[in-house]
Design a protein around this ligand. Structure first.
Ligand SMILES: C[S@@+](CC[C@H](N)C(=O)[O-])C[C@H]1O[C@@H](n2cnc3c(N)ncnc32)[C@H](O)[C@@H]1O
Length: 259
């Protein structure tokens, strides 16, 4: 299997992953969404799998609600941070592995991949293998929740064309994250050149540069791919509201088909 290249920030800033990501992502709200999906579409939720779990922020929150959770991620550093942060009792099992060849057996009621994990599968082959793996490890009738990006010109948000900055405070220091994305519409890949600058007053105390390449998916095409991979679409909605249509990002909830 080809070695996958990971964006530099996940290694260089692994020790700050939780703090940085909590500034931009409402993990409790996303876990609430997963629980609403489970209430609506599953007879029970005993066992869940977090794909691209990083430090396991969703997994730890679900484990606190007495769901047995496993997480898979490529990054040993992020997994190590997650294991250190998890409570000894009921801690999620965090495993190093690739989505395209999951080191797990079948038996999960819910599998989820949140904050654009599936968008990092850049080739059709990688995405197809990962979907086949999700189907393999889901219990019959189990549900899969994934979010994804879609932007299409000319409607693409001006942020995507011109770049943008995010500002927050991490470890008592101002952190400015700059995004400079370009999209290749032939391959539907968006390359975001990112710079993390930790500031001390007006001085840059530390700078980390990183490049994230993500797949952009069109909603109908992605739904079709899931159907071909043996899923039934249960909901296709806006992040993270089951009753709203998708906008520039979407969430797909699908059931493992019979067979
Ligand atoms: C944007 S982060 C999201 C992390 C986590 N889901 C969250 O919301 O905090 C994407 C994660 O996917 C993981 N990842 C990307 N490609 C992967 C692959 N092929 N197999 C396993 N993990 C992968 C990365 O290591 C990274 O931790």
């Amino acid at each position: 299997m080809p070695r996958r290249r990971m964006p530099a920030e996940w290694a260089a800033l692994a020790h700050r992953f939780d703090e940085i990501n909590r500034q931009f992502i409402d993990y409790e709200a996303q876990v609430g969404f997963l629980l609403r999906c489970a209430d609506r579409f599953l007879p029970r939720l005993r066992c869940a799998l977090d794909l691209g779990c990083a430090t396991g922020l969703h997994a730890r929150a679900l484990a606190r609600r007495e769901v047995r959770v496993a997480g898979v991620d490529l990054s040993p550093r992020l997994l190590r941070r997650g294991r250190q942060a998890a409570p000894a009792e009921g801690a999620p099992l965090l495993i190093c592995g690739d989505l395209a060849a999951l080191p797990l057996r079948r038996g999960f009621d819910l599998v989820y991949a949140l904050n654009f994990v599936m968008s990092f599968l850049l080739t059709n082959e990688a995405l197809r293998s990962a979907l086949a793996e999700v189907r393999r490890v889901l219990s019959p009738g189990g549900a899969f929740v994934m979010d994804y990006h879609y932007y299409f010109p000319p409607e693409a948000g001006s942020g995507l064309r011109e770049g943008w900055k995010e500002d927050c405070v991490v470890a008592g220091r101002r952190l400015v994250v700059s995004h400079d994305p370009t999209v290749d519409w032939r391959t539907q890949l968006c390359t975001d050149e990112m710079t993390y600058r930790f500031m001390e007053g007006r001085r840059i105390a530390r700078e980390v540069r990183s490049r994230e390449v993500r797949r952009i998916s069109l909603p109908q095409d992605l739904a079709c791919l899931l159907q071909v991979a043996g899923f039934e679409i249960l909901a296709h909605c806006r992040r993270f509201d089951l009753d709203e249509d998708p906008q520039e990002t979407g969430v797909l909830v699908a059931r493992r088909g019979i067979g």
